[in-house]
Design a protein around this ligand. Sequence first.
Ligand code: ADP
Ligand code: MG
Length: 376
Amino acid sequence: MTARLNNPFVVYGYKGPEYFCDRIAESNKICTTLRNERNVTLVSPRRMGKTGLIHHVFHRMEAEDKDCKCFYIDIFATKNMEQFVQTLGSAVLGKLDSLSQSTLRKIQEFFSAWRPAVTFDPLTGLPSVTLDIKPSEGNESLKRVFDYMNLSGKRCYVAIDEFQQIQNYPQEGLEALLRSYIQFLPNVYFIFSGSRQHMMEEMFLAANRPFFQSAMVMSLGSIDKETYRSFANRMLETQHRSIGPEVFQRIYEFAGGITWYVQAILHGIYDHADRRVDVALADEVVRELVEEQSATFQNYCAWLTDNQLALLKAIAREQSVMSPLAQQFIRTHQLPATSSIKTALHALEDKMLVSRSATNGYSVSDKLFALWLVQR
Ligand SMILES: Nc1ncnc2c1ncn2[C@@H]1O[C@H](COP(=O)(O)OP(=O)(O)O)[C@@H](O)[C@H]1O
Ligand SMILES: [Mg+2]
């Protein structure tokens, strides 16, 4: 049993199945796929719930099969292959056994060249192992980490979050190398997850890439509106309040069906425990969320050139734009020449401040930021 939360609408991290909304079909599908010896690729825009879903699935897999072991790593901040191996190594090494003396000896023998160091977390007292890897030794140590998992004989599931990051490493061929190790590990299966949709899709769906057809590709969509409302009302029962379909529609629409925004608004509504849940309260909570992040948004703006900022504001005002290079759009918002806008648009996409969808065109990725921009 986990401790009860004061606010059941979680906006950061995974706090257990009782606070997790739906994703039943997706969880079943991922569990079955992994158990049937296939890898999974999970793709969606940011904040839709990939990382949460991975933790949810792993929580269940470990509960249902005491002999399996799940590892989660996020490689968003890694810059090269050594850091990748370092991250994977410290997640896995020593975890396939309690860190007994004999395990430590085994790891030390196995990785002697990389001077494995055991450190103890000062807060939890739990040991972890780190490797001292030199750039020239990346390939070999990666192989060793996989060998270690293989030798353990345990059933392992490894999630690599923000996996598209490996394409930014200076080393070439990591994709092919990883693929070649992975396909010969009979007891290890993977979830590859990523928010940069076109990069992920290219890696897994293009016939000339090493990971082609190596995984079941799942693109994670929005949680169904009515299912979400029932979940919200179950949580609000303790406050003897509920949300009607109209108010929920308002929240869901503002959120564009993206899980984190829905959660953040519900979290705010829960905070105002003494208020009636109506459209006015929902709008007020959104204003509060924008206000909370005002300093962050100011910082974003400081990074932008004048052209980029002008274009970003114009896109925010229109909510979504099919063709930002069109004369009419440029004239309406008094933007500079097409060529400058083209450059600015690329920069904004690259910074992930603007995203593109096939159906709606370009929009500001962060909905709260969009609102803030319009209000300036
Ligand atoms: N099914 C869910 N039920 C409740 N909250 C969720 C759910 N999925 C995601 N969240 C919330 O939304 C936040 C963002 O989700 P996350 O999994 O980090 O998205 P992604 O990895 O796709 O960017 C999480 O921190 C969590 O608070
Ligand atoms: Mg994530």
